[in-house]
Structures are given as C-alpha cells and as structure tokens.
Design a protein around this ligand. Structure first.
Ligand SMILES: NC(=O)C1=CN([C@@H]2O[C@H](COP(=O)(O)OP(=O)(O)OC[C@H]3O[C@@H](n4cnc5c(N)ncnc54)[C@H](O)[C@@H]3O)[C@@H](O)[C@H]2O)C=CC1
Ligand SMILES: O=C(O)CCC(=O)C(=O)O
Length: 417
C-alpha cells in the first residue's frame, strides 16, 4: 500500500497539518499520532458444515485522554491493522470536535459478511465479543456499528458481554435495537449530521441548499439517509452509487424509493429508468454537492483534479487522500471534513450511552434537537477557527479545534514521575 493510500499515514499528516498552528509540545503531538494499544486477534469459529475457520480481527484504542475509547466495528475484507488504527484516531478528533466526553477506538474483522450465514456471523461476533470482553466496558471502551454491522451485531455483543460478566451493562455498546437499550434516532444520526453539515455550510457560503444538485457515493446507512434528508430540504439528489455501480437521473431520484429498491434487489442498479453510471463518473459529476459515503480513498489527487462539485461533505471516514485535499484546497472546492460531518453517529451513540446510564429513554424529538444543537455549535467553532486563525481549509480548522481540546486534556492530567 502506498503512503498516499494508507489511511494511518493520512491521519498522521492531518494531525501534523493542524499541529503546525498550535503551540503544543512535539512529544505530546507524537503521543496523539500513535494508538495507546491495538488488540490483534484470531477468531476460530465453526462453519455450518462443521469445519473450522479462522479470521483476523482488531480493536485499536487510540486515545482515552478525554474519556472512554469510542468507535464502531467494521466487517469488511479490506480491514487491516493500519486501517483500524486510522479509523480509531479519526474517532479521537471527531469526539473532540463535537465536544463529547470520549476518546477514540475502532475495531474490525477482515471478512466479507456476505460469505457467511446469519448463524455463522453470530458465532464470529460472539467470538470477537469474548476476545473484547477484558478491554471493553461502559467506562472503558464502548463499540458501535460501522460498515456492514448494525443493531443485530451490537445486540449480540451486548448479550455476550453481559452473560460473561454476569451483569446488565447496556452502555457497553451503542447502536443497539430500541428494545435492547438503543436510542431513538441512532440509525439516522450519521445521515442526519451529514445533512445538517451540508445545510450549515451552504448557509455560511450564502448558497441555496434548496434545488442544489447532489451526488452520493455509497448507499448504505450513512449515504441513503443523508440523501433522503437532503431531499427533505428540497435538494435534488441526481446520482447515487454503491459497490455495484451508480445511477443518474437529471430530474432527481427519489432517495427513499431507491433505498427500497436496494433493499429488495441488493443494489441501486436497475432503479426505475435511471441511467447507469460508474463510480468515477459520479465522483466527477458537475453537481453543487458531492457526498462520499462509502470507504476511504475514494478521491485521490488525480481524481480531485477532475472533480466538479463545488462542495464536498464527507459522510464516510477518510474518503479523500491528503493529496486530494491539497488539490481541492488549491482549486477552491469546499471540503467539509468527516470528523465533523459524520459525527452525528457517535453523538447519538453518546446520547444512547447517557440514556443507558440514566436508565431513561429520550424521545426522538429530544435526540434530534440535541443533535442539531451539537452539530451547529461545532460548525460555528470550526468556522471561527478557520476565519480567526487564517487556516487553509475547514479540515485543518476542525483538527485545530479538536487537537487543542485533546492536548489540553492530556496536559491537565499532569505528569507521572
Ligand atoms: N454507520 C455509522 O453510524 C457511521 C458510518 N460512518 C462511515 O460512513 C461510511 C459508510 O458506512 P455505513 O453507511 O455505515 O456502511 P454500510 O455498510 O451501511 O454502507 C456502505 C455502502 O457503501 C457502498 N460501497 C462500498 N464500496 C463502495 C465503492 N467502492 N463505491 C461505491 N460504493 C461503495 C456499499 O455498497 C454500501 O452501499 C464508512 O466510511 C463509515 O465508517 C461514519 C460515521 C458513523
Ligand atoms: O457511534 C459510534 O460510537 C461510532 C460510529 C463510528 O464508528 C464513526 O463515527 O466512525
């Protein structure tokens, strides 16, 4: 993997870019570029035919200076140690930029879940939960969903943990089903903050989100909900894609219908009479707003030179390489960074955890109001840093805000001899 494509190298570069504007000790910055610990483990489980298989899994606890490690668990064949390290580092700065009291963690299993039955996935997940048990906990490390995981996997992890610990501890994991201690609004939260980030940015730029044209790469939890909520604001979602390719309709797709079509057929392809397009065509489409909502490295420096959107709001983690960032900054394309735009997921996870600790259930209205307040306050903080500190782009501004908070928390802890 080239340095440009290694997400952990991207994370370190992003931290260095922001650290240049802070008066922080080099030693502290080095600490904040390296994970505190990474669990790498092998899970052996029984296939339905009775044979045994072993798969690789990770949990990175990047930094806990501001609170328990927090972040999702991903099931994807591309999961590597460096990817999980990067994703856990991004969680640190995400939680800090929206100012929720967590550090950052992330986990993953290097599997393609479509290769396994539901029973096999349950055995894999419970095996991972058993490995995680000594290092997670309501006040220690609180996992959540990410790519290819959701309520079902979170419920299995909660159940395994509680059974082995002989306790009830719903706050050990978030993103659970409602009847298992989940929160209203968590499923929609990542897409909702993406929509709010786009709305606030367009407002700040004095542009109209109503009738803005939108392309969304990746049509899972984050992308499909962002698309639907952007349509609710009056935007025209003209193109969407998933791993099988994309679809385009200049008159606007109907995001919720496309989601139903994907649920029925397994992909967005073949929806209505929309035109088929490639993912590259989608990413370089002449739209007002591009929302990458799939995986890392969707846009590299080469592709960034052809990108025609005016604003990019990152629903995915790490969809732009640092080289792409440089090109887009130079070209005057606004990039609203992942650590802010997709922070709705972890923010509502935090609300879920608070509700679990209080044994109290909030209404969806309350969750969405608190989320909107969190997102708009964070946006104001990023814009203030960008304007007052003469920073090159919104990503560096978000990192300056976040890094300052993490550095302060570390330094206020004082020194061990
Ligand atoms: N689920 C959550 O709460 C959060 C997710 N995120 C990030 O959002 C991104 C997407 O996650 P989810 O929506 O949860 O995952 P998901 O598994 O629900 O959906 C992922 C989607 O991306 C598509 N995809 C994969 N590779 C692609 C490619 N090369 N080109 C186009 N589409 C492709 C898949 O077909 C699928 O539609 C990830 O970067 C994740 O880390 C960030 C914050 C929270
Ligand atoms: O909800 C959470 O705790 C974390 C979600 C996540 O993994 C992310 O924001 O990338």
């Amino acid at each position: 993997m080239s340095d440009e494509a290694n997400p952990y190298e991207s994370l370190k570069e992003q931290i260095d870019d922001a650290a240049a504007y802070l008066d922080a000790d080099d030693g502290v910055i080095t600490r904040l570029k390296n994970p505190q610990r990474v669990l790498e483990t092998n899970l052996t489980f029984e296939r339905d035919d009775g044979s045994l298989e072993t798969v690789r899994a990770y949990r990175s606890q990047f930094n806990g200076d501001r609170g328990p490690y927090k972040g999702g668990i991903r099931y994807h064949p591309g999961v590597t140690r460096d990817e999980v390290k990067a994703l856990s580092g991004w969680m640190v700065y995400k939680c800090a930029v929206v100012d929720i009291p967590y550090g950052g963690g992330k986990g993953g299993i290097a599997i393609d879940p479509s290769d396994y039955s539901a029973d096999e996935l349950e055995r894999i997940t419970r095996s991972f939960a058993t490995e995680l048990r000594p290092i997670i906990g309501e006040d220690r490390d609180v996992p959540a969903p990410d790519v290819n995981t959701g309520q079902r996997e979170m419920n299995w992890i909660k159940d395994t943990y509680e059974t082995l610990e002989n306790t009830t501890a719903p706050g050990v994991i978030t993103g659970k089903a409602l009847d298992s201690g989940g929160s209203e609004g968590r499923v929609e939260a990542t897409g909702r903050s993406t929509m709010l980030a786009a709305r606030e940015t367009f407002d700040w730029l004095d542009r109209d989100i109503e009738n803005a044209t939108v392309a969304v790469q990746g049509y899972g939890n984050a992308g499909s909900i962002a698309a639907a909520l952007l349509e609710d604001l009056g935007a025209d979602v003209v193109a969407v894609s998933d791993s099988s390719g994309g679809i385009y309709d200049p008159d606007g797709l109907r995001a919720r219908d496309v989601k139903d079509h994907k649920a029925e057929t397994g992909s967005v392809s073949g929806y209505d009479d929309a035109e088929s397009i490639t993912n590259e065509e989608l990413l370089t489409m002449d739209v007002d707003l591009l929302v990458p909502a799939a995986l890392e490295n969707a846009v590299d420096a080469d592709l960034a030179t052809d990108l025609e959107a005016d604003v990019v709001v990152e629903a995915a983690n790490g969809p732009l390489t640092p080289g792409a960032d440089d090109v887009l900054t130079e070209r005057g394309v606004w990039v609203v960074p992942d650590v802010f735009a997709n922070a709705g997921g972890v923010t509502v996870s935090y609300f879920e955890w608070v509700q679990n600790r209080q044994r109290f259930h909030w209404t969806e209205e309350r969750v969405n109001e608190e989320l909107e307040r969190t997102v708009t306050e964070a946006f104001d903080g990023i814009v203030e840093a960008y304007e007052d500190e003469d920073l090159p782009n919104l990503r560096t501004a978000a990192y300056v805000v976040a890094l300052r908070r993490v550095v302060n928390a570390y330094e206020q802890g004082g020194n061990w001899p």
